[in-house]
Design a protein around this ligand. Sequence first.
Ligand code: PLP
Length: 379
Amino acid sequence: MKVYLDNAATTPLAPEVLEAMMPYLQNHFGNPSSTHQFGRSAKSAIETSRKTIARLLNCSPMEICFTSGGTEADNMAINGAVNELGVTHIISSPIEHHAVLHTVSHCASAKVRISMVNLDEKGHVDLDHLRGLLASAKEKTLVSLMQANNEVGTLLDLEHVSALCEEFGALFHSDTVQTMGHYPLDLAKTKIHFVVGSAHKFHGPKGVGFLYINRTVHVRPLLLGGSQERNMRAGTENIYGIVGMAKALELSFDHIDTHRAHIENIKAYMKSRLQLKIPGVAVNGCEDRSLYTVLNVRLPESDNSSMLLFLLDIDGIACSGGSACSSGSNQGSHVLRALKVDNTVPSIRFSFSRYTTTQEVDYTVSRLKEHLIGKSIPV
Ligand code: PLP
């Protein structure tokens, strides 16, 4: 049996998405910058996709810039804020994705100051501390905080942070890679300057994403060259990727409630089976309000602790390690370390999709129990 429980890393392409992409892989191969009919048909597919994404997020198509994925979009927002928008102070958190953390530290200089907001042990941002940091800042500030953590799933109150940023005149960038397509997002209502999408996290293709750039701000491109994306991002567009991403996001939003109900049930089911079958299991991050696609657990110590992912892989089960250890070349998880999660026991992240079944969960719990406790049991 093959079981894929690593959907926070990437998701399988939805069949409907592949179908939407196929004509652009096979027939419509024109360069969107060409003015002949081959080019015009490609260009029109890009603009239709942009309109679809803008409609789903309630923003203007002009505010959507296509990128190669979440990493590029995060880089573009943060570098753009510093290089073009006069930002000399960035507030972020130690549990951001490396696409944000490494970009933020790259921006640190004599001119740009970095502040890290306090978090509780579950990964919640201390909103009073954030307010204090904003209130005492004299400089133009960018707040860069993710909507949901990709390892433990802890959620940020986007509205609250948006209101705080507005109150203190700060720019707000949120890495929404893990939440895009899983929660409604109305960009006409939530004041935010940059949000990010990465198609492969919502059953679209890899290597394509987008940055929403609020119309009140203008940043310059990371890549120089042609005038694609209205001079925002040079390079011939990934047409089939963009078409696939728009289709994938549309499918996600069209069925958001049914997908959510299914995945929430799967997560609750897995948690209860783990707790029933494996004594000593504990949840990392927030138990009651967290990203419903992610379940990160600490497991009891056993002789197999360091081999768990390998043993599950042999069983055909894919999930992610979240070890907090920092020995040797394995740096472990910066997120679990920042949250001071017990690193003497193994932690594993299971992440689900609309395709995950309870049978897959049963099989996983049964294999895990055998590796940890040594008894093969029907679950
Ligand atoms: N931000 C978060 C929260 C992520 O989980 C990821 C991917 O794992 C990224 C950014 C990077 O996205 P991409 O793989 O599209 O570059």
